[in-house]
Design a protein around this ligand. Sequence first.
Ligand code: GRF
Length: 199
Amino acid sequence: MNKSHIAILASGTGSNAKALIQFATEQGFNISCLITDNPMAGVIKIADDHHIECLIIEKKGSKSEHEACILQALKKREIDWILLAGYMRILSPGFVKAFYNQKYQVSHIINIHPSLLPKFPGAHAYQEAYAAEVQTSGITIHFVDEGIDSGKVIVQAEFPRLKEDSFEDFKKRGLALEHELYPKVMEKIINNTLFEEHL
Ligand code: GRF
């Protein structure tokens, strides 16, 4: 069995990227590269600290030109799985199609989202869930499709919002759960068991 070649795409702090990279390192698995569209992203240092190749691919022209640059970099490294970890751009249908698995009818692109989808899709899920005073929120890891946070769910997990929670407390609890679960999904990719266990 060939080993998977995994790339992480991230735009920000990179706490999920860090959890994934640390887990991979513990397993003796090498993440092929990390790609960011944001030259100021904290995730760059995380990749550097762990000696993971980090490509900064900024959007300078159109969306399709930007995606073409990313696709070229992925192809060159024979990437077969993409893990989105706080990547703040919506991938075009053409991009998703480039990683589509006909047999299983899902893409090889996975995203982590901080709500119990379909509740609170979009870029401000923690804020919206907190403002809605939900008693229970959660996180979702899902296959990426052409929509926004609408792909087939791989796993969801709940966490409580306590009465006395500040927004920071609430988000911290959610992020801890994200960091616990995302590596477990990656482990299934590494072991080639994701489809048999989740589809
Ligand atoms: C996480 O909450 C993730 O669920 C969402 O974006 C955030 C990224 O945080 N998609 P980080 O950059 O991994 O710290």
